[in-house]
Ligand binder design. Structure first.
Ligand code: MLT
Length: 411
């Protein structure tokens, strides 16, 4: 008789966003005339930049001609895209990242989960609380945890609380941790990490032989010139960090799919026999075996992000969503709510009013304003009493949602 991976039975019934969608659908079935505005999942709404569309159309035409047709591409991604990424996203910021250290992929969500394939099963693992649920769930699936407690915390993971008191930046642990997930600008709280803070983590990781998984999917939203966009802006990070980047939130590729992961060739971890093994070689082996690369057409679209027009159009898109975030922050403050984030990030993190739980506030907004957000408790126990509002929507929808909320919550 075939058996299953029992670790899946430890997971919460549904991944957070499908669970929200299920609740909203139930509400809509009962209230078919409700004009729902969705500020829950961080999914972009505005059209792809023209430069990316043009490049993809040209690539489609190339695929229609025997002379320029392409079959399988390199598993690591085309060199012309990796060269542009290395030059623009890293070398221009003083980071010594070479094109050969970049792996093009179909998403940071996939990569942050898949990266566990190349690590052992006995590592101690730290995540912040609240946290992007993928980091936790993929560790549960891989058998790195025991069951969840009543608080929904998985035994075997180390949770580092991020709260208003520590400005949503976790305290560096006193014990030794092997693998650490950091996400800046942060999903869900919208917090950013100053250089000295990242330096403290890099020093910690180097002293303890730890690896930092640095998720920088939202780096394009950083407006403060003193905030690092990459962990490789910190000396020593090449020896202790893997960075995840995405075209989803800067160029609107959530449906188009293109991202990349940086694994420096200077990064090693221990084999069971105590020898040091290059992580680049393992990740390259993993990707060559389990992944056939991102389509040529999509990689041409991603390459166009680095053209002059592409840069201007991406900047415009990001500024558009940042303006939405500003409107959300200002209007919610006006309604008397305590708000965080949303300055260098597309997420606004809201303290729920009147002691409401995160899901109670979710229901209240859904039922009274027909606005959907994300309950903070869905990101971890310490997210209870908070709520995330995403700035990814049209201006009209954001303004309308804020009008409905300020009318209901006027102080
Ligand atoms: C979110 O809402 O947190 C995002 O959709 C996460 C993601 O990009 O997977």
């Amino acid at each position: 008789m075939a058996t299953i991976n029992d670790n899946y039975l430890k997971l919460k019934a549904g991944y957070l966003f499908p669970e929200i969608a299920r609740r909203v659908n139930t509400f809509v079935e009962a209230n078919p005339d409700a004009k729902i505005i969705r500020l829950g999942i961080g999914d972009v709404t505005e059209p792809l930049p023209e430069a990316c569309r043009k490049a993809m159309i040209e690539a489609v035409e190339e695929m229609g001609d025997r002379a320029t047709f392409r079959g399988y591409g390199p598993e690591q991604g085309y060199a012309w895209l990796r060269e542009k990424i290395a030059a623009h996203d890293f070398q221009a910021r003083g980071c010594k990242i070479a094109p050969g250290e970049i792996f093009i992929s179909d998403g940071s969500k996939c990569d942050t989960g898949n990266i566990l394939d190349i690590f052992g099963s006995n590592n101690s693992i730290a995540v912040t609380d609240p946290v992007y649920p993928v980091y936790v769930d993929t560790n549960v699936m891989a058998g790195h945890t025991r069951a969840a407690s009543d608080r929904g915390e998985f035994e075997g993971l180390i949770y580092l609380p991020i709260t208003a008191e520590n400005k949503f930046t976790a305290q560096i642990p006193s014990q030794k941790v092997d693998l650490i997930y950091l996400c800046f600008p942060n999903n869900p709280t919208g917090a950013v990490a100053p250089k000295e803070y990242l330096k403290a983590w890099v020093d910690y990781a180097k002293a303890n032989g730890s690896i930092i998984f640095f998720d920088a999917a939202y780096e394009a939203y950083i407006t403060d010139p003193d905030i690092p966009h990459s962990i490789y802006e910190i000396d020593g990070a090449r020896e202790c960090a893997i960075e995840f980047r995405s075209f989803s939130k800067n160029a609107g590729f959530t449906g188009t799919r293109c991202a990349f992961t940086v694994v420096p060739k200077t990064l090693t971890a221990k084999a069971t026999d105590g020898s040091d093994v290059e992580l680049w070689k393992l990740w390259n082996r993993r990707q060559s075996t389990k992944f056939n690369g991102v389509s040529y057409i999509v990689q041409r679209g991603a390459e166009a992000v680095y053209s002059q027009e592409g840069q201007a159009q991406v900047k415009e898109l990001v500024s558009f969503y940042l303006e939405n975030a500003k409107i959300i922050r200002e209007q919610l403050k006006k309604a008397g709510l305590a708000v965080y984030g949303g300055v260098d990030a597309p997420y606004v993190w809201v303290k729920t009013p009147d002691g409401l739980s995160s899901w109670e506030f979710f229901d209240k907004l859904l039922h009274t304003c027909n606005v959907v957000g994300t309950p903070g408790s869905g990101f971890g126990a310490a997210g209870e009493g908070y709520f995330r509002i995403s700035a990814f929507n049209s201006r009209g929808n954001v303004e309308e949602a804020m009008k409905r909320i300020t009318e209901k919550f006027k102080v």
